[in-house]
Design a protein around this ligand. Sequence first.
Ligand code: ZN
Ligand code: ZN
Length: 150
Amino acid sequence: MKYICTNCSYVYDESSGDEVEEIEAGTKIDSLDCCPVCLETDGFFQLKEEVIYLDENTVDKVELEHLPEINHDWISIEVTVWNNSHPMEKEHRILSIWLFDEYWDLVEEKFLWIDDDTVVVFDDYDLDEIEIRVRCSKHWIFGKKFELTY
Ligand SMILES: [Zn+2]
Ligand SMILES: [Zn+2]
């Protein structure tokens, strides 16, 4: 399983360990006394890899909180996560926002930090269809597809 440090966003994958930090593959998260990068002892949270797809008709409160909205013009795609109202605290925040193309290839990932606004701007890549994914530290990954018109 994969975990992320609550302090520095370092990602630790139990199956591969960490060669640089001399942690053997297969070492469980519980065996680490602290984050190998920032030495924070406060712990890690588990990264959930499952994607939950949303549409604009969702009424689920948790889903709504993670709903990406886009503002597209000729040169950029601005993404806002639901009125910029999601918590951005250490224990619960949006970690990153991804832009995928219509073939589900990752085009760009923008990382967010504690207290950041949940608004990012991607360049316009001349794509007709995109998928935006929002990764929350506490919930899952939320995905939404958009068609871009020019
Ligand atoms: Zn750390
Ligand atoms: Zn959340």
